[in-house]
Design a protein. Structure first.
Length: 280
């Protein structure tokens, strides 16, 4: 698979070119496409509203001079293009563990899709991008229950849906709709799963979390990690864990601790310099 490139004027068209179909072509394209002239629930004790970081209900995070709306759920919305982005859904993680004898409650897929449904109802996006590791393993799509598969198809109806391939789900899957691509490029931004450090990258994979101390109590939350040039999105899936932003993987990616952790609060984001965040 090669890069998928959306022309900005085409992305602004309405309705979606897939309107009424419910999903796209279903398998990976073999050449680049150019269209020419397309959480963890918050703990009862939330982050402080004063003195502990800059909060907003839906904070704009700038990447490559483009302001993106970061939702407290961990999703990203680009209003100009009607683009909703979520990372690391890890659907069917519970059933994957159960197959190996580690039994978890089998409701993670339904819970994750329900949260995503709420976002789609709120933003009414023209295109949804799932930023890789959408399924916990290659067999995940086949294990979807009939109810969850119907829910997924319902979410796809009337809009474009793009699955970015990840390390957990590197191959296209049948029966889940959408289009499959390695990357999606729109203007100055490239949406991909694995971080490269390139300017304009919006990626997933690392599941960033930040830990801070406020009034003698430590709080650990999922977060967006960004430095104005690139961004790592938090994992959206119900059963996903997280990697502390003070780990070496983030220092290697950003080059220094000169980036910001935008922590997910109960109803807003809180921005903290990475150097202020605590190790686990």
């Amino acid at each position: 698979m090669k890069r998928f490139v959306l022309n900005q004027s085409a992305c602004l068209s309405s309705p979606s070119r897939l309107a009424g179909e419910g999903w796209g072509g279903g398998h990976a394209a073999t050449s680049a496409h150019v269209f020419s002239p397309p959480s963890r629930p918050a703990a009862p004790v939330d982050l402080p509203r004063k003195g502990g970081g800059e909060g907003s209900n839906r904070g704009d995070i700038v990447v490559a001079a483009i302001a993106l709306a970061a939702d407290p759920s961990g999703a990203l919305y680009w209003p100009e293009h009607g683009l909703l982005v979520v990372a690391d859904l890890h659907l069917e993680k519970g059933s994957s563990y159960a197959a190996r004898g580690q039994f978890l409650p089998p409701y993670d897929t339904a819970a994750t899709l329900a949260r995503l449904a709420g976002l789609i109802a709120h933003y009414a996006p023209r295109c949804v991008v799932a930023l890789g590791d959408s399924f916990h393993d290659g067999g995940g799509p086949a294990r979807l229950s009939a109810a969850d598969r119907d829910s997924l198809h319902g979410l796809q109806r009337g809009r474009d849906w793009i699955w970015i391939t990840g390390n957990h789900d590197p191959e296209p899957a049948a029966g889940i709709g959408g289009e499959f691509h390695d990357t999606l490029t729109l203007g100055a931004l490239t949406f991909r799963h694995l971080p490269t450090g390139a300017a304009g990258d919006v990626c997933g994979h690392l599941h960033p979390v930040a830990r801070i101390s406020q009034r003698g109590r430590a709080v650990r939350r999922r977060c967006f990690a960004a430095d104005g040039t690139r961004m790592v999105m938090p994992a959206f899936g119900a059963f996903t864990g997280g990697l502390n932003v003070r780990s070496a993987a983030f220092a290697d990616l950003f080059g220094t601790l000169a980036f910001t952790a935008h922590m997910l609060g109960q109803d807003r984001l809180y921005a903290f310099h990475a150097g202020r965040c605590l190790v686990d």
